[in-house]
Every structure is written in structure tokens, then in C-alpha cells.
Write a protein that binds this ligand. Structure first.
Ligand code: HEC
Ligand code: HEC
Length: 205
């Protein structure tokens, strides 16, 4: 193999590597914001970066504004139309678990490549609706124990960094784009946000 061939081959290897391995959208680590001197501004910058995840369709589809989930990157209504039901796990006639198993399940082809799954698959409660909210509004909501499942900031931090259902968003099954970056970096951003006072941008009213 001559040099030109070798180079060409290397280019192909790198091109396919970056396609396969690099997260589709980068998520900057907290260190990227070290130069922001003002603590509140830096705190807010961490949250704004983390919001690339919070505002991603993989999260938003389960945190809808109504009591029915949405699907896809365009947040279209769930097909078939399903209802959250009394415990956010669907109705007795049509529980989420009748289609969503404990893990992602490949289909036999067709438009839908896989049915997403997780042991705790259920719809986020109404108080945790995010669709249509600004990042500043989500920020305030996540901090509010009345709306966040009565969690402290430390518990929110742990939930986001470690929860398996949250983690599904980075392993969403074939045919679905994962949330940006990794759950680890996302957790680091939230931890840095909490440590710097958990500031939110003034919500515009
Ligand atoms: C399959 C549905 C589903 C997906 C996908 C999902 N969530 Fe949730 N989420 C829930 C449910 C159900 C709860 C309530 C469970 C609880 O309180 O323990 C919840 C609660 C939360 C809470 C705590 C309450 C709050 O609003 O402060 C946060 C934060 C959260 N989710 C973040 C995320 C993020 C970030 C993603 C994407 C990376 C995500 N969720 C993806 C279903 C989902
Ligand atoms: C009749 C089967 C069925 C039932 C019941 C069902 N789902 Fe689904 N759901 C699916 C299928 C299939 C997909 C994948 C569709 C696709 O990728 O286009 C899906 C996708 C989703 C998605 C979108 C994932 C994403 O980011 O694109 C969410 C969120 C969701 N379901 C939540 C729920 C919840 C919550 C319940 C119960 C209240 C439920 N589903 C009940 C079949 C079902």
C-alpha cells in the first residue's frame, strides 16, 4: 500500500469512527465555563449547557404538557393515543407495560426500529411537565420541592446523575438519537450548578 492509499484509508477510518463514536451533539464539561468570574453567571451557564439535555426530545417526550406522552424528535402525539392513567403507568385497559418492556426491544423492521423500554417506564407526573417551558422556567420548577417530587437539590443531583430511567435517554434504542454528551458529564454540570448556588436565569413572565 502506498502512502496516498494509506492516508485515504486513515481518512475513511477516522470519518467512520467519528460517525459511530462521537456523540451527535457535544455537551461541554463544567471546566469550559471556568473563565466566567461571576458565580451566579457561571452557575447559570452550567444550567444552560445542561438544558441541551433537559430540552432534548428524549426527555421532553416523557415530560409532556398534557397527560399523554409524545414521540420522535418532533414531539408528535403518541401513536396510539395513550393516557397517563391514575399512576402514570397507563390505564388498566392499556398499561404502558403492554408495549414497553424492561429494555429496548428491536422490532422486525419497518418504520419503527425499536420499542423503547425500561423497568420504570412511566409518564412524568403533571407537576413535572416541561414541554413548552423556557429553560429558566424548567430551572425554577426543578428546584421547587412542591413540583419536583419533594426532592432536595442534592437528591435532584443524584437523580439526574444516576437514575436509570434518566439514563435511558443516552441509550434510547435503534432508530432514536441519544441525548447530547453522556449522563456523566450531564451529572457534572448539574453538580457544578448546585455547588455555585443553583442560579436560574430570571424567568421572563
Ligand atoms: C420514560 C419516561 C421518562 C423519560 C424518558 C425521562 N423521564 Fe424524567 N421522569 C419520569 C418520571 C415517571 C418521573 C417521576 C419519577 C419520580 O418522581 O421518581 C420523572 C422525574 C424526573 C425529574 C424529577 C422531577 C423534576 O421535574 O424535577 C427530573 C429532574 C427528570 N425526570 C429529568 C429527566 C431527564 C433529564 C430526562 C432525559 C435525560 C428524563 N427525565 C427522561 C419519566 C421520564
Ligand atoms: C400499544 C403500544 C404502546 C403503549 C400502550 C404505550 N406505548 Fe409508548 N411507544 C410505543 C411505540 C411502538 C413507541 C416507538 C414509536 C416510535 O419510535 O416512533 C413508543 C414510544 C414512546 C415514547 C417516545 C420515545 C421517544 O423519545 O421517541 C414515549 C415517551 C412513550 N412511548 C411513552 C409511553 C407511556 C408513558 C405509555 C403509558 C402511559 C406508553 N408509551 C404506552 C408503543 C406503546
Amino acid at each position: 500500500m502506498n502512502r496516498a492509499h494509506a492516508l485515504a484509508l486513515l481518512c475513511i477510518v477516522f470519518a467512520s469512527m467519528s460517525l459511530a463514536d462521537a456523540p451527535l451533539e457535544p455537551l461541554r464539561a463544567p471546566q469550559a465555563f471556568d473563565s466566567i468570574r461571576n458565580r451566579a453567571a457561571r452557575s447559570n451557564a452550567y444550567f444552560t449547557e445542561a438544558a441541551k439535555v433537559l430540552q432534548h426530545p428524549r426527555c421532553l417526550n416523557c415530560h409532556p404538557a398534557t397527560r399523554t406522552p409524545t414521540q420522535g424528535d418532533d414531539l408528535h402525539p403518541h401513536i396510539p393515543l395513550v393516557q397517563a392513567g391514575p399512576e402514570n403507568r397507563g390505564t388498566k385497559e392499556l398499561p404502558c407495560s403492554s408495549c414497553h418492556g424492561p429494555e429496548n426491544a428491536p422490532t422486525l423492521g419497518g418504520r419503527v426500529k425499536s420499542v423503547p423500554g425500561n423497568e420504570h417506564w412511566s409518564l412524568a407526573p403533571a407537576s413535572m411537565a416541561w414541554q413548552g417551558l423556557t429553560t429558566a422556567q424548567i430551572c425554577e420548577q426543578i428546584k421547587d420541592p412542591k413540583r419536583n417530587g419533594n426532592r432536595t437539590l442534592a437528591q435532584i443531583e443524584k437523580h439526574l446523575a444516576e437514575d436509570h430511567l434518566v439514563g435511558w435517554a443516552w441509550h434510547p434504542g435503534e432508530g432514536r438519537a441519544p441525548a447530547p454528551g453522556t449522563q456523566e458529564v450531564f451529572g457534572q454540570l448539574i453538580a457544578a450548578w448546585v455547588k455555585t448556588g443553583a442560579h436560574c436565569q430570571q424567568a421572563s413572565l
